[in-house]
Design a protein around this ligand. Structure first.
Ligand code: ATP
Length: 267
């Protein structure tokens, strides 16, 4: 049920090393987020608090959730994820209570990272969401973020959206989601890395990653993962036929490109 879904805090084991590309994003998060989270006293001495809010935006499947989780992994922080639409589905009065509970739990488990997906689904900028539930929820989120900020809590809130222009402007003020990072579709180099990461540890034979990367313009990280999964399935079929472990080949990956199509548009 909806209530239980949000109760789970995990301690992610993935780190930035598991993410292909995004060098600039990683550097930005290292300097502005991870360093303060690891050295909160140092920042407090200058009247600055660790944590706060950042907003990630970009096309679907390009690693917003993944990098949020890896950020928690880098800080050895607790991590929880929720989608605004799940919370909005609750009974009147339940949604803001639930949001408050999630933040209460996060404050008891610092350092912690709260990931909020589809942050554009609340607030005043989207006409179909101009209802009171969504306004109340926006206000509750503002209260939670302001109190976190004022108490120097080591709690980071990461919001994600595909449509940053719909995010309520009140949420983008200082002390709230004041840092906005673009998570781009992977470029050639990033695609090579992502393919290698998703083939790591699997039986594979001299795969021409460069060539596949060249043929996967506009493929998201999630698309590339699907390509690797489908290529592996082909090898598994051969393995089952022969009863022996056989490697995944470049051809398996090329064949998978006929099944998986690029999902990002030009950004
Ligand atoms: P959405 O907007 O649809 O929620 P998202 O941007 O949050 O998408 P993720 O859910 O983080 O995307 O990515 C989906 C999966 O794709 C990840 O779990 C991961 O396996 C893979 N992936 C995406 N980007 C990368 C990357 N840069 N390196 C390695 N794997 C990636």
């Amino acid at each position: 049920d909806a209530h239980r879904r949000h109760d789970t805090f995990v301690r992610p084991t993935i780190t930035f090393a598991d993410i292909g590309g995004m060098e600039r994003v990683k550097e930005n998060i290292r300097v502005n987020i991870i360093f303060p989270m690891q050295n909160p006293e140092l920042f407090q001495a200058y009247g600055k608090s660790a944590g706060g809010g950042i907003l990630l935006y970009g096309p679907p499947g390009c690693g917003k959730t993944f990098i949020a989780k890896a950020t928690a992994g880098e800080c050895q922080a607790h991590f929880t994820t929720m989608a605004i639409t799940d919370i909005l589905d609750m009974y009147i009065g339940e949604s803001e209570k639930n949001l408050h509970e999630i933040f209460e739990k996060a404050r008891l488990r610092t350092p912690s990272v709260v990931f909020i997906d589809e942050i554009d689904a609340i607030g005043g900028n989207r006409h179909n969401m101009q209802n009171s539930t969504s306004r109340i929820l926006t206000n509750q989120l503002l209260v939670e973020m302001d109190s976190t900020q004022n108490n120097n809590r080591n709690l980071l809130v990461i919001g994600a959206t595909n449509t940053p222009w719909f995010v309520d402007s009140a949420l983008r003020r200082p002390g709230r989601f004041d840092r906005i990072l673009f998570i781009p579709p992977p470029d050639l180099e990033a695609r090579t890395e992502i393919l290698q990461l998703h083939m790591k540890g699997k039986p594979a034979e001299a795969i021409d990653y460069q060539s596949i990367a060249h043929q996967t313009n506009r493929y998201s990280g999630a698309d590339l993962k699907a390509v690797c999964d489908i290529a592996s399935e082909s090898a598994i079929k051969r393995a089952m036929a022969t009863g022996k472990i056989v490697p995944v080949t470049t051809d398996d990956l090329i064949n998978a490109l006929r099944v998986v199509k690029p999902s990002t548009i030009e950004w």
